[in-house]
Design a protein around this ligand. Structure first.
Ligand code: MG
Length: 268
């Protein structure tokens, strides 16, 4: 009998030097998301936001994690998912409207290492119920990130998301997950946003593990459909959704949020 691996096949453990290089990518991601968030307002197009992100990549000599990804190849450097769209929206001539939530997801490569994060930004004035969905989804991300420390286990993440989101009755997507990240944007393991068997299960969160954690919640049901463009995932009931993501490394001192400008210090 062979030894059972400590991790699922393909999981990589990064050295401190490698994590530092991922931090460089994470800071480019943070800057692009900040610039785009500032620009969100009624009347701007999602294509305008993609151009802002392209400018940030260019200034840093970085490249896109998303452009050309998958099949059909993703045609842009951001995912912009508006209103009932949850994730993987393709930016273009869509004009943002007052009251919509706009999820902006962005990945950058610096010296071969990826960073990946997402924010959801209200467009103008939004309904209080929509703002509360967005606030709780962001809080679920931070609750999850606080668990990413030595001694933890993979399912602590999904358990924290569920404990934050479920009491509000929101839909929680469990077919779409976070992921390992490193020299590829998507590495094993899958990082579920639910934990059917509770916390303390799955692979150990050892020092050097780096994950992209990305809860997605909806105002209504969790059921989603993929649109004709073969990318955009939207709620089946047409109600709005929120999506937040950070790339986080396990360090001896706990989580280091590589895509937060302050490393997560103010929220952890
Ligand atoms: Mg991701």
């Amino acid at each position: 009998m062979g030894l059972r691996s400590r991790y699922p096949r393909g999981v990589t453990v990064k050295t401190p030097e490698q994590v530092q290089r991922m931090r460089a990518a994470g800071l480019v991601v943070a800057e692009a998301l900040a610039r785009m968030s500032e620009a969100v307002r009624p009347g701007i197009t999602t294509g305008d936001l993609d151009l802002i992100a392209r400018g940030v990549l260019e200034r840093h000599g970085a490249t896109s994690s998303f452009l050309g990804y998958g099949d059909p190849g993703f045609p842009a450097v951001i995912c912009a998912s508006v209103g009932p769209e949850v994730v993987h929206g393709i930016p273009g001539d869509r004009v943002l409207q007052e009251g919509e939530l706009c999820s902006l997801d962005f990945g950058a490569i610096v010296d071969g290492w990826h960073g990946d994060a997402a924010v959801t930004v209200p467009v103008g004035q939004c309904d209080p119920a929509v703002l509360e969905l967005n606030r709780i989804t962001e809080e679920s991300l931070w609750a999850a990130l606080r668990t990413v420390r030595p001694g933890g286990a993979l399912s602590d993440i999904g358990a924290a998301v569920e404990a934050t989101v479920r009491p509000h009755g929101y839909g929680l997507l469990d077919d779409y997950t976070g992921h390992g990240i490193g020299t590829s944007m998507h590495e094993p393991p899958y990082v579920p946003n639910t934990a059917p068997k509770g916390p303390g299960r799955g692979m150990p969160l050892d020092v050097g593990i780096v994950l992209a954690v990305e809860p997605m919640a909806t105002l209504g049901l969790a059921e989603v459909v993929t649109l004709a463009d073969e990318w955009t995932v939207a709620t089946a009931d047409g109600l709005q959704a929120s999506h937040w993501e950070h790339t986080v490394a396990v360090t001896p001192d706990g989580p280091w949020v590589l895509t937060a400008p302050d490393g997560g210090a103010s929220r952890l």
